[in-house]
Design a protein around this ligand. Sequence first.
Ligand SMILES: *[C@@H]1O[C@H](CO)[C@@H](O)[C@H](O)[C@H]1NC(C)=O
Ligand SMILES: *[C@@H]1O[C@H](CO)[C@@H](O)[C@H](O)[C@H]1NC(C)=O
Ligand SMILES: *[C@@H]1O[C@H](CO)[C@@H](O)[C@H](O)[C@H]1NC(C)=O
Ligand SMILES: *[C@@H]1O[C@H](CO)[C@@H](O)[C@H](O)[C@H]1NC(C)=O
Length: 364
Amino acid sequence: MHFTAATIAAIMQFTAAAVAAPTDLERRASCTITSVSSLSSAKSSCSTITIGTLEVPAGETLDLTGLSSGTKVIFDGTVTFGYKEWSGPLVSVSGTKITVTGSSGNLLNGGGASWWDGEGSNGGKTKPKFFYAHSMIDSSITGLNIKNTPVQCFSINNSENLTIDSVTIDNSDGDVTDGGHNTDAFDIGSSTGITINKATVYNQDDCVAINSGENIAFTNGYCSGGHGLSIGSVGGRSDNIVKGVVFSDTTVINSQNAVRIKTVYDATGSVSNVTYSGITLKNISKYGIVIEQDYENGSPTGTPTSGVPISDVTLSNVKGTVKSSGTDIYILCASCSDFTFSGVSVTGGKTSTSCKGVPSGVSC
Ligand SMILES: *[C@@H]1O[C@H](CO)[C@@H](O)[C@H](O)[C@H]1NC(C)=O
Ligand SMILES: *[C@@H]1O[C@H](CO)[C@@H](O)[C@H](O)[C@H]1NC(C)=O
Ligand SMILES: *[C@@H]1O[C@H](CO)[C@@H](O)[C@H](O)[C@H]1NC(C)=O
Ligand SMILES: *[C@@H]1O[C@H](CO)[C@@H](O)[C@H](O)[C@H]1NC(C)=O
């Protein structure tokens, strides 16, 4: 048998490694995955996992949960998903100090058209959620290109210090009759220290929806086709506290709403310390700015309740236009306090005649 120098070096390195009991990162290699079946061994033995072009079988999750601390995941190719009616998720990542990046040209194609029926998560086909970023600690997700999610895209829950940068979510193919619905781009719950920067979103529901959490920033974004930059609905879950939120330097276009805070009728919780600054609106069909404490899924009651007070809300430089059939500003409060609006100019739509409980210093 003939050993090459490289083989001998590898054997020696392996032996040395076995003897010296190195740290995980020394022992582990870089691995490229082209089928889901090789993932579980890669998770335990590789410090860098490159996901090449692959099809995730119907009804399975591309399961990147429980990664070792410091693991790097690189999406390098096109990932597609087999069709099945189930609740998903299609992709799931968790761990500490995880960096997920997309190489140029990467694509995660949810193939949403197979599920879309205009009903979203309210009925019709059972649709898989797309991407769970649950329990990601001190981690980042950068440069992913996502297309056509069956229903909601990112679910961020129980995460801390997670940065999501330069991610594109393009569900514009769902803008057809009986197409995409409830295709929220980023749903955030029970998380602290979340920054979403430079997201580009084309969808049919909230660009961002914060249900609970603390110290959350959405900056330099572009949101088209959806329901805008939302806090809420807040109330009725296990965690109903939202505090320390900044939305800044973002364009919201061709959407139902731009700035939205909605708390659930008769529920409890709180929303505090929220800033919207540098928000540009264009072609908004329903409300430029809407803050309502009467929310019930689909049909607000019209009667605000005070169980989820909204306080310390600053809007600065929120400017742009609403369609003539829409309403510029709508505020329906039972407990809203310490609001500051400066440089707020929302025009083109109707002036609401049904605002209630408008905090002092703010006009509706
Ligand atoms: C998250 O970041 C904050 C602020 O930098 C820091 O105080 C906290 O310890 C971090 N949390 C974790 C789990 O590292
Ligand atoms: C977050 O996860 C918790 C379980 O840890 C769950 O009870 C809750 O409903 C989730 N929140 C959201 C908004 O998904
Ligand atoms: C308000 O939220 C911002 C952003 O999360 C944070 O930096 C600031 O400390 C908070 N202010 C108060 C008074 O809690
Ligand atoms: C305005 O937005 C709607 C979606 O709400 C879209 O259908 C329409 O094409 C947009 N109009 C323009 C002029 O872009």
